[in-house]
Design a protein around this ligand. Structure first.
Ligand code: PRP
Ligand code: URA
Length: 208
């Protein structure tokens, strides 16, 4: 399943991020905010139950607290994926965070895993996050890495995608739902998304 999260607030914040004049601070803040807005959509179908814990309301009524059934683990693809973690955590403070580090092997040009760590959570719902879904190579490799460790309940949340990247993920992992803020047009000859927003990692961390 592919879901494009259409929302006027997302559209306006994304156009701020696309602007080459936008500085790293505002770029990161906009990414946080879009991450939170998208989290609302990504987890719309989650089940909520009453916990055993009681709470006293200001009106004197006693009620059971409510909680999510699923235990959420957010997994950013390093580096740029880190920029989407706070947006999710602001909405789901109980979510735990894992990390996947991928880099392009200069010989094979395929993504190579250099770091992998997930928190110990039983039966988690894993949300892999990365702002850019370009060729899809990184997302496909990240999902494979998570599946190799035995996890099956996985969703992918990216900001900007292109049809090529979406197709690559859908072909390799048809069971993984993909959420985007926008579907852009195409890749350029360097594998960058057009119109896109440039190098997300560099703009988040101010490395260029
Ligand atoms: C970017 C982006 C994705 C990847 C997308 O990371 O954050 O991880 O490229 O491209 P793909 O779909 O073609 O794999 P990059 O390799 O620039 O590393 P960075 O996050 O460290 O900047
Ligand atoms: N990675 C980026 O950071 N930007 C793109 O447009 C494509 C891959």
């Amino acid at each position: 399943m592919l879901k494009i999260c259409h929302h006027p607030l997302i559209e306006v914040k994304l156009s701020i991020m696309r602007d080459a004049k936008t500085k790293s601070k505002e770029f990161r803040e906009s990414l946080d905010e879009i991450g939170s807005l998208m989290t609302y959509e990504v987890f719309k179908d989650l089940e909520v139950v009453e916990s055993k814990e009681k709470m006293l309301l200001p009106t004197g009524v006693l009620l059971n607290k409510k909680k999510l059934v699923n235990k959420i683990v957010v997994v950013p693809i390093l580096r740029a994926g880190l920029g989407m973690v706070d947006g999710v955590k602001n909405m789901i403070p109980t979510a735990k965070v894992g990390h996947i580090g991928l880099e392009r092997d200069e010989v094979t040009l395929k993504p190579r895993e250099y770091y992998f760590k997930l928190p110990e959570v039983e039966n988690p719902l894993i949300l892999i996050v990365d702002p850019m879904l370009a060729t899809g190579g990184s997302a496909v490799a990240a999902i494979s890495a998570v599946k190799q460790r035995g996890f099956t309940n996985i969703r992918l949340m990216c900001l900007v995608g292109v049809p090529q990247g979406v197709e690559a993920v859908q072909n390799a992992h048809p069971d993984v739902d993909i959420y985007l803020a926008t579907m852009d047009e195409k890749l350029n000859d360097k594998g960058y998304i057009l119109p896109g927003l440039g190098d997300a990692g560099d703009r988040i961390f101010g490395t260029k």
